[in-house]
Design a protein around this ligand. Structure first.
Ligand code: NDP
Ligand code: 2IT
Length: 445
């Protein structure tokens, strides 16, 4: 007889065809927790535990009609997958990118369950978004889309039920427009979104949190192995929210970051990436990385992808899923990399992950390494609930504490189950245990 885990993986593939990223995420989690499932197989089967884990509590798909600057109607598709509320209200970002489909949102929502559990804070897992492409749109068009999107989404969310936030393509501007529309329709000024502007309930340090948190965890990983960030060469992919603040914190810790990338090309700057220039190009001008050379004549710009071929000690993929493949992993190992920590969600393919682990590269999956963003979102929710704002230093200190504890929790879980140094297994088991406990306590719901 095949194992419960294998049966459920097969079932997920059969019942959710054409959702390869969701299959990938489920496979990684279920294979990691197999040791726990096998030890409790009879009870878990009777309770339909894994079936309940892999089926979202609710998935919402809706039409988003809006008017462009030429007066034409555009129609996008909106999604919100409310995956698991065992440990708290659904929490997770909204992705705006043309590649968005139900399978992508489900993979992200599924990952979010375990990530949110790892933060130690009371937040369940959810994710949403749309196939809307903010690139090349005017501010008015972005506002029209965000208002139309929220006009429907507002029926399903709330400060104590489901609290969306940013992700790819959704930053401070989009959150502002969505918050305004929620308030207008529902008549509630409440913490229904996180990543809000500071003037209307946002938290200091939320903007920096994912990138900073990634580095706090990476620093702790290195420390545990008797090493230090100072003097390390780091390659980063992406040039968005996560990448920018990962680069900034890595530099503050004394490392040299020599690359970044966007959806069309990548930059190699042997003198270290100029964060102020990057912020100007991406956060202010919303331009392409081709502009970077104007700020730093000594740098190189290349079309396409290529950051992983640059020699480094540490690689931090911070752009998107499956951006680091087996060939990239081989190159990183050949170049002597010691650690890969995922700033993005699932940026490393399954084959690449295995190759890195087999070649003794410390590998920390996104659900652990990038949890600082959602953790700080939960801190924003706390501040909204008590109608107070904490200082930057207070939030940053809490974030650092969360990431250091998180690293030791996944490290300990891996050791406890005989997978010393396997942070994928450690993260999945540690994240799963709390969700399991809460699901068991709450009965069949
Ligand atoms: P942004 O939209 O701010 O930045 C994304 C960056 O990645 C941009 O530089 C973008 O290029 C590039 N990129 C996006 N899609 C692709 C693609 N298909 N191919 C190549 N490059 C691409 O998003 P974030 O920085 O917020 O998110 C990055 C990753 O981190 C995502 O995986 C997200 O899910 C994850 N994450 C985000 C958190 C957050 O708090 N924001 C928290 C935890 C995880 P371009 O500049 O050309 O658009
Ligand atoms: O992937 C993620 O964790 C996020 N995009 C952040 C989610 C959040 O609710 O802050």
């Amino acid at each position: 007889m095949s194992s419960y885990v294998e049966e459920i993986i097969e079932q997920v593939i059969k019942q959710n065809p054409a959702e390869p990223e969701f299959h990938q995420a489920v496979r990684e989690v279920l294979e990691s927790i197999k040791v726990v499932v096998d030890a409790n197989e009879e009870k878990f089967r009777r309770d339909g535990l894994l079936e309940r884990l892999v089926n979202p509590e609710r998935q919402i798909k809706f039409r988003v009609p809006w008017v462009d600057d030429k007066g034409n109607v555009q129609v996008n598709t909106g999604y919100r997958v409310q995956f698991n509320s065992a440990i708290g209200p659904y929490k997770g970002g909204l992705r705006l990118h043309p590649s968005v489909n139900l399978g992508i949102i489900k993979f992200l929502g599924f990952e979010q369950i375990f990530k949110n559990s790892l933060t130690g804070l009371p937040i369940g897992g959810g994710k949403g978004g749309s196939d809307f492409d903010p690139k090349g749109k005017s501010d008015r068009e972005v506002m029209a889309f965000c208002q139309a999107f929220m006009t429907e989404l507002c029926k399903y969310i709330g400060a104590d039920t489901d609290v969306p936030a940013g992700d790819i393509g959704t930053g401070a501007r989009e959150i502002g427009y969505m918050f305004g529309q929620y308030k207008k329709i529902r008549g509630l000024f409440e913490g229904v979104l996180t990543g809000k502007g500071l003037s209307y309930g946002g938290s200091l340090a939320r903007t920096e949190a994912t990138g900073y948190g990634l580095l706090y965890l990476t620093e702790e990983l290195l420390k545990t192995h008797g090493q230090d960030m100072a003097g390390k060469t780091v390659v980063v992919s992406g040039a968005g929210n996560v990448a920018i603040y990962a680069i900034q914190k890595a530099q503050q810790l004394g490392a040299k970051v020599v690359t970044c990338s966007d959806s069309t090309g990548w930059v190699y700057d042997p003198d270290g990436i100029d964060v102020a220039a990057l912020k100007q190009i991406k956060e202010v001008d919303r331009a392409r990385l081709t502009e970077y050379k104007k700020f730093r004549p000594n740098s190189e710009y290349h079309e396409g992808r290529g950051v992983w071929q640059i020699k480094c000690d540490i690689a931090l993929p911070c752009a998107t899923q499956n951006e680091l493949d087996i060939e990239d992993a081989k190159q990183l190992v050949a170049n002597g990399a010691i650690a890969v920590c995922e700033g993005a969600n699932m940026p490393t393919t399954e084959a690449a992950t295995k190759y890195l682990q087999d070649n003794n590269v410390w590998f920390v999956p996104g659900k652990a390494a990038n949890a600082g963003g959602v953790a700080t979102s939960a801190l924003e929710m706390s501040q909204n609930s008590e109608r107070l704002s904490w200082t930057f230093d207070e939030v940053d200190a809490k974030l650092k504490n969360i990431m250091v504890n998180l690293f030791h929790n996944i490290d300990d879980a891996a050791k406890k189950y005989g997978f010393d140094g396997n942070y994928v297994v450690g993260a999945n088991i540690a994240g799963f245990e709390k969700v399991l406990d809460a699901m068991n306590a709450q009965g069949i719901v």
